[in-house]
Ligand binder design. Sequence first.
Ligand code: ADP
Ligand code: MN
Ligand code: MN
Ligand code: MN
Ligand code: MN
Length: 342
Amino acid sequence: MAFSYHPDLLAPYKLLDQGSSIQAECTITQKVTNLDQLPNWDFDGSSTNQAPGHDSDVYLRPVAYYKDPFRGGDNIIVLATTYNSDGTPNKTNFRHNAAKTMELAKEAVPWFGLEQEYTLFDVDDRPLAWPKGGFPGPQGPYYCGAGAGRVVARDLVEAHYRACLYAGIKISGINAEVMPSQWEFQVGPCEGISMGDELWIARYLLVRVAEQWGVKVSFHPKPLQGDWNGAGCHTNYSTKQMREPGGIQAIHEAIKKLEKRHDQHIAVYGEDNEQRLTGRYETGHISQFTAGVANRGASIRIPRHVNEKGYGYLEDRRPASNADPYRVTDIVVETTVWTRPH
Ligand code: ADP
Ligand code: MN
Ligand code: MN
Ligand code: MN
Ligand code: MN
């Protein structure tokens, strides 16, 4: 499995002196050390399906910023949320509600670690470096693999890893996945609303890095039909109580609450997830809630080491790779820490 890609034609321009100005998509005339220095902005929401043409201004409110690994120096990437002209959150803004939920639950100190699986495709929409007109050998030798014919595009994956570290993302690892050309990175543990922020930036950096390789990133939960694993976004979760000795009790209580709201969770765990949650290929079935120690065919897995120590965290294996992390973390906390008055 081999592929070629374009050199970085931009490289010499990135060495040019830029004085004291910094870039944050727009130019800012001084170094940013505080969120308040970033202006609110608006954009044409009708171009992005976020507003109708007759009332198209959507407002961007900066909520976090990160060091820009592409431009380097003092340049930054700004994460902003979207609001309509009447001040209500845009229909695509799931951060608004998640931030409220996290604020209400902050005494529980919720931590998350997300495992983002994704699949690489070439520009002609074929899985990257798969044999032309055929298939690689069946799954088995690829997961955490090494060597030509086993893994694809490790240099791209490493570049993304370093880009995340530079940006200050709490990326905690990477691994080659079960299906060839499928990879995973993990972000966490992150507290509260920062989990969604960091995962969105990490996804953005991945798409930007892959662009330089001439490679497409798919977050589809079942990118290929047939005997190939799907892609998920396993959600590892704990509260302060779960992390303390005896916390396994709190983990079991949380699992009971999660069971009662299985359908509500599935509804916000990503599009096309029914193609992935078939009860095969290391998943539980979409229509049935199950839980177990070290069970990768369950909705919720208690890692073996957590069960042995008697405290730690649980893993919700249901979210799809294309799930919005704000929606996932929001409902997990809502269900296990507090229940919204209806
Ligand atoms: P798996 O064995 O399922 O492949 P990974 O090693 O890929 O697990 O991911 C485990 C994730 O769990 C990491 O992102 C890590 O940061 C996260 N994690 C570890 N401890 C906790 C905790 N107490 N609460 C929440 N997440 C945690
Ligand atoms: Mn993993
Ligand atoms: Mn997997
Ligand atoms: Mn995985
Ligand atoms: Mn996992």
